[in-house]
Design a protein around this ligand. Structure first.
Ligand code: C5P
Length: 227
């Protein structure tokens, strides 16, 4: 079983979520999807009719909501209060607005504190957790013994995202998906507050030519060496 935190960062469409969940299950560890937390805040912002670019009001919304996120890799759950919002937070409205919302420093402060609290609780109870996001290795748990930075070519990422959208019943072309992942990555990498970047000591893994199982095998090996 895993001891401590595996920090899994990278842009969208690199297979992060699938890899994180399978790795956590394999290592009998917990799982935390920090992107889901930014998405829930974004959903609440949109429902409140607040402009995602209005940092002050976005921060107010973030402070006012009750976000409930589960840490089971088999059954991840995410709720706003007691409403299950797992499907809605993956929709196009939230995906379009999530980058500006997550660029607000007050939102990040709030969620990073919450993430650290959840991580400590799970490590205490279970020994280990796999955490996926954009700033886990650089900001949330910089002392984690294993940091991985997943990448993939933008063509591969667009195809994966488009296939995921279709599987979830959302209309999607590869061209649209490509524009969407490229736009989000640009915003996420160029923001001032905790931009998406590889931690210096993170292991880069290019998943363009690898299937999920090959990635899991490679990461489980790294985790057993360092965890
Ligand atoms: O991983 P996912 O695509 O669900 O993340 C949605 C968005 O949340 C990202 O595009 C990014 O803007 C934001 N995010 C972040 N920091 C994290 C995780 C996600 O800023 N640790």
């Amino acid at each position: 079983a895993l001891r401590g935190v595996v920090a899994l960062d990278g842009p969208s469409g690199t297979g992060k979520t699938t890899v994180a969940r399978k790795l956590a299950a394999k290592l009998s560890a917990g799982y935390l999807d920090t992107g889901a937390m930014y998405r829930v805040v974004t959903l609440a912002v949109l429902r409140a009719g607040v402009d995602p670019a209005d940092a002050e009001r976005v921060a107010e919304v973030a402070r006012s909501i009750e976000l409930n996120i589960g840490t089971s890799p088999e059954r991840p759950s995410v709720a706003l209060g007691d409403e299950d919002v797992a499907a809605e937070i993956r929709g196009p409205e939230v995906t379009l607005a999530v980058s500006p919302v997550s660029a607000v420093p007050a939102v990040r402060e709030l969620l990073v504190a919450e993430q650290r609290r959840i991580i400590a609780e799970v490590v205490d109870a279970q020994g280990g957790i796999v955490v996926e996001g954009r700033d886990i290795g650089t900001v949330v748990t910089p002392d984690s013994p294993l940091k991985v930075f997943l990448t993939a070519s933008s063509d591969v990422r667009a195809k994966r995202r488009s296939a995921q959208d279709s599987a979830a019943g959302r209309e999607s072309t590869v061209d649209d998906a490509k524009a969407s992942v490229e736009r989000r990555d640009k915003l996420d990498s160029t923001r001032t507050a905790s931009p998406l970047r590889k931690a210096e000591d993170a292991v880069p893994v290019d998943t363009s030519e690898l299937n999920i199982d090959q990635v899991i095998v490679a990461l489980a090996e790294l985790a057993s060496q360092r965890g």
